[in-house]
Design a protein around this ligand. Sequence first.
Ligand code: URA
Length: 426
Amino acid sequence: MAEPFGAVEVIRTKRDGGALSDAQIDWVISAYTRGAVADEQMAALAMAVLLRGLTPAELTRWTAAMIESGERLDLSGVSRPTTDKHSTGGVGDKITLPLAPLVAACGAAVPQLSGRGLGHTGGTLDKLESIPGWRAAVSNEDFVRQLNEVGAVVCAAGDQLAPADRKLYALRDVTGTVESIPLIASSIMSKKIAEGSASLVLDVKVGTGAFMKDLASARELAATMVSLGTAHGVRTVALLTDMSTPLGRTAGNALEVAESVEVLAGGGPADVVALTLALAREMLAGAGLPDVDPAEALRDGRAMDVWRAMIAAQGGDPAAPLPTARERHVVAAPVSGLLTRLDALAVGVAAWRLGAGRARKEDAVAAGAGVVMLAKPGDEVREGQPLLELHADDPALFGRALEALDGGYDIGGELTPTPLVIDRIS
Ligand code: URA
């Protein structure tokens, strides 16, 4: 079949600052997905987009073409209103675990196609896979059935969900073209829109442990994603939330599951509870249930009941003991005083080096590995008091994790309180 365009002319148009036509965008995404545009050509186009940007009209079309490259899930068979959450990723960000069953317990359905972690931020599937027996793979029929019977599914995205993004994201990763707001926004939103949820809440993290280190770029990413969702008929809002310090008191797969279960049991760290409730309220409002109080469903055990059903539906045993790491190492406070900073990136890299994360996508993760934070910013500590507990299967990993933590916390000086929810964009 003769191709209607040449890749070189499309690259040149963007390289020289021109706008691509709808037909050019549709063609280049589809031709790349089926292999008629080569990786080196798409890499050049991605770099041109990174340097020149996309107009709002180009970006909407680009996202639509990525959605069209695969299947859009049909959730018309789901009897409850659907709503989902996406986080741009942070350290100790286990919020999906208590949030999905909580929102389901309040009457909405939560269809969440999720990913595995790469680098210092953990993936939701890696956390859930630390539960004995739990399976990430769910067929489309079981997905709809579980949404109707349990109300929440967190599972792996199939190969047919935005395959253009799967290919393009891997290419961007090795060509220095990840850090482009239009490319990030279209990558995330193509997958989320294809998932079929009627409403979506974005948790855009900002701070040292996040993808977006500064507020201005986090705000721009959030606004771009909100307009893409809206343009595709998905009710979308974004919360900008702090990721300068880790969320909660654990970073690591099984450690975060245990902390999430504490939240579902009515306890858990205050920041995890507060963010779970803030996101639950937004999701319920998006689903047309603004008057349901999620705090009540957390208190009375309904969210815990849904959690157990959600884990069991995917083969997991919610009562089974979670894996633990073989070795521990305590980091003690070197002086007495107020803990004024505990850096999210330092803790994230330490947890990663302990085995909780992976460097390449084919690596396995250690379910029990990670960091337990025995003190958080705002706590008074005494010299010699345990601050952090490192968990690993192999004690040889402690050295490199300790290097990552070097300079990662301050005792004394000024505490700059940052609100957990910085802004809301709709
Ligand atoms: N996550 C995605 O899914 N895509 C990006 O481009 C960046 C983060």
